[in-house]
Design a protein around this ligand. Structure first.
Ligand code: MRU
Length: 366
């Protein structure tokens, strides 16, 4: 996507250095810092510390993690590669894309004894994942456009107010984003939209990243507190909710950033359509009950107790909010049951958030 006139992706391959590079998203929107993924430990740190985040991007980074493991192992040892892949898959538990990306590249490597051939295969598969995910998001934008266009038509061209949570934009994928893809497509086609951006405590992916992305693209948006959505919905100020997801069961239950469930409840109570946008790499084809089965990541309580921002002198600083002795609990995701989801927007089209709906789009999984 365009950043100040320059095409950027959150991950890319540096052919000279033969390594992947990523934007260190912890510093956005105040600093644009690039990090090199030289070793598997670098990849693990980038995912754990959230230089990269967002399910599809974690999947792509995990894929490059396998490439990096092959690059750093002169002996082409299968057991060592499998162990590195286990380490990569364990870094963040909720997004199913991580295991998906790692396993996909691992499969292409196994059985290749020649290191150069293995390295070439790992790179080709990682690059293929990146390009496929970019195309999937473009298609999500095409399919989701009809929702926005229809609301715009009904409102006689007045701005369509869309609420989103966290960052499911291009920074969380490779291009376009998932939840944001229909917004970019609608905007590019001249449909007037305005986006309510949940700040998304504790790490403020909405306030820092979604607001930055939308602003760079020229899309009207307003950052709101995480608790404002219900009020706005009650007062007719939200036409549509679109969020992303880290794992959606094949029965339609949706794990996403903590707070998503509350937005879905408020949307249901106010008869507002609540859509979830995702590439098929985010579907868990084995899990039936998301509420009881999806592993929910618990992160460092310091992410709750401390908040990061720019001080008056332009320095990035962290400040303490609660009393130092008060314990904090940092559940990073929640699960929205399928009954609260109006529909899913995928690269193959839209469907009900149900087994039947999903299998209609992906009949090969029957
Ligand atoms: O903790 P994060 O920032 O990785 O959480 C990201 C989200 O919750 C996104 O909404 C989700 O991954 C979808 S990304 C297209």
């Amino acid at each position: 996507m365009l950043v100040d006139g320059k095409q950027m992706r959150p991950i890319w391959f540096d052919a000279d250095l033969k390594i992947a590079k990523v934007i260190d998203q912890r510093m956005l929107p105040h600093q644009l810092v690039v990090a090199d993924l030289n070793t598997v430990d670098d990849v693990i740190e980038a995912i754990r510390e959230m230089f990269v985040r967002g399910a599809p991007l974690i999947g792509a980074t995990g894929a490059f993690g396998v490439y990096t493991a092959v690059l750093r192992d002169q002996e082409c040892n299968d057991d060592r590669l499998a162990a590195e892949c286990d380490r990569l898959k364990a870094v963040r538990p909720t997004a199913v894309n991580l295991a998906w990306g790692v396993e996909r590249v691992l499969e292409t490597c196994m059985g290749r004894d020649d290191r150069d051939a293995r390295l070439a295969a790992a790179l080709a598969e990682s690059l293929a994942i990146v390009e496929e995910e970019a195309e999937n998001c473009r298609l999500i934008g095409e399919h989701g456009l009809s929702l926005i266009r229809e609301i715009s038509r009904k409102k006689g061209g007045k701005p369509v107010n869309i609420l989103t949570h966290c960052n499911a934009g291009w920074l969380a994928t490779v291009e376009y984003g998932t939840a944001t893809a229909p917004m970019y497509t609608a905007f590019d086609q001249g449909i007037e939209i305005h986006v309510w951006v949940d700040e998304t405590r504790p790490l403020n992916q909405g306030a820092r990243l979604t607001a930055w992305e939308l602003g760079k693209h020229g899309i009207a948006h307003t950052v709101i507190t995480d608790n404002a959505g219900g009020h706005l919905m009650q007062h007719g100020m939200v036409d549509l909710v679109i969020v992303g997801t880290d794992r959606t069961t094949w029965t339609g239950d949706v794990a996403n950033k903590i707070g998503t469930y509350l937005k879905a409840l408020a949307a249901k109570d106010n008869d507002i359509p609540f859509y979830v946008a995702l590439p098929s790499s985010t579907i868990d084809w084995e899990m039936d009950n998301g509420v009881t089965s999806i592993p929910i990541e618990e992160r460092d309580p310091a992410e709750i107790s401390h908040i990061q921002g720019l001080d008056g002198g332009g320095n990035l600083v962290k400040v303490l909010v609660p009393p130092p002795a008060s314990p904090c609990a940092n559940h990073a995701f929640d699960v929205t049951p399928s009954r609260l989801v109006t529909g899913l927007i995928t690269e193959r089209g839209m469907c009900d958030a149900s087994r039947e709906g999903i299998l209609t789009l992906f009949p090969e999984k029957r």
